[in-house]
Design a protein around this ligand. Structure first.
Ligand code: ATP
Ligand code: MG
Length: 325
């Protein structure tokens, strides 16, 4: 599979009154053409900051400190700021975490999708009528019936609104979609429908996608590969099945053990011990050490880097460093 997106050593920081917070810390990742990469981690692990950094949409007090983001051979971080809007929507599109806020309450949804289309029509005056026609096709494609195309967002259900946001994101047939918690806040049945819709669009248009979620089972079901984030770092990455069924990193294992399992009532879900890390005051050595059931003395000294443990699987944990020896 050829590589579409290659992120190298991405750092992003928030300058807060209590000091800088490194919300994305040396992140490396790749997404292949047609591939769906899941990013999971607890609240505050830096998933949204990573997503916004890739779009170059991070706002003060947040700032990108360094790294490179190659999309189809072009380094997005080397483009002038003024060149980014043309890339957004057309090359890479975001489904933001609060999708409700992505819609304008006073504009009918078909016109909003049309605006997403005309925003990228350059040269001669964009053709509004054909854009509106195309917008309605996009809305049909995501399952909004024609009689609802002229509705205002508040006239639609949460699931319908989310479909509109998806329609806007795919309106210009981007190469990569970054979906930040696209189904959180929706009920389970609607979540399943939206995820199915996203999978269908991905297949029909050969899209690549980054799917951000705190819900590991969802990500494992939908994604080809999973990257697990903890305190701004990727601590494990590998094929979905492998990561979910045989986690290498103790944090991934803890995420798996925290999942309620309806079909095996004997197994009670185990909440992850301790508190999520305070990014202002990270421990020495491994960030996960204070919560890790398998920590040993070296873990306080050595900050483990993400290294290959098996072909296609990487983890940042000294347990596996020993195995390799
Ligand atoms: N505007 C901001 N100012 C200061 N710190 C911020 C800001 N936004 C995020 N942070 C900090 O950056 C860290 C990562 O936040 P981020 O929103 O990226 O996490 P997340 O993984 O998306 O969480 P969630 O699952 O809750 O959406 C957190 O510690 C958060 O407190
Ligand atoms: Mg988030």
């Amino acid at each position: 599979m050829s590589v579409l997106l290659e992120v190298r050593d991405l750092d992003a920081v928030y300058h807060t009154p209590e000091g800088p917070v490194r919300a994305v810390d040396g992140v490396d990742l790749t997404v292949g053409r047609g591939e769906v990469l899941g990013i999971v981690g607890e609240s505050g692990s830096g998933k949204t900051t990573l997503a916004m950094s890739l779009m170059r949409l991070i706002k003060p007090p947040g700032r990108i400190l360094g790294g490179s983001v190659m999309l189809d051979g072009e380094d997005l971080f080397r483009l002038r700021r003024s060149q980014m809007p043309a890339r957004r929507g057309r090359d890479l599109a975001l489904i933001p975490q609060s999708a409700m806020h992505a819609l304008n309450p006073v504009i009918p949804v078909d016109r909003q999708v049309a605006e997403a289309i005309t925003a990228h029509q350059t040269g001669r005056k964009a053709n509004r009528k054909s854009a509106l026609h195309a917008a309605r096709e996009r809305l049909e494609e995501v399952g909004i019936p024609p009689e609802r195309h002229r509705a205002y967002p508040h006239e639609l259900s949460g699931g319908m609104r989310q479909r509109c946001v998806v329609a806007m994101a795919v309106a210009n047939r981007p190469k990569l979609i970054i979906a930040d918690e696209p189904v959180s806040g929706l009920d389970v049945v609607v979540q399943a429908r939206i995820l199915r819709l996203i999978s269908t669009l991905r297949e029909s248009h050969g899209l690549s996608m980054i799917l951000v979620s705190h819900d590991l089972p969802t990500v494992a079901r939908v994604c080809d590969r999973i990257a697990v984030m903890y305190a701004g770092r990727i601590v494990e990455v590998g094929g979905s099945g492998a990561v979910f069924e045989n986690p290498l990193h103790p944090y991934t294992r803890a995420l798996v053990e925290a999942i309620p399992r309806m079909h095996s009532p004997g197994q009670t879900p185990q909440p992850i011990p301790g508190d999520p890390p305070d990014l202002h005051d990270l421990p020495s050595g491994c960030n996960f050490r204070p919560r890790c059931p398998r920590a040993f003395s070296d873990c306080a000294e050595v900050d483990p880097s993400l290294e290959e443990v098996e072909p296609g699987r990487r983890a940042a944990c000294l347990l596996h460093k020993d195995e390799r020896r």
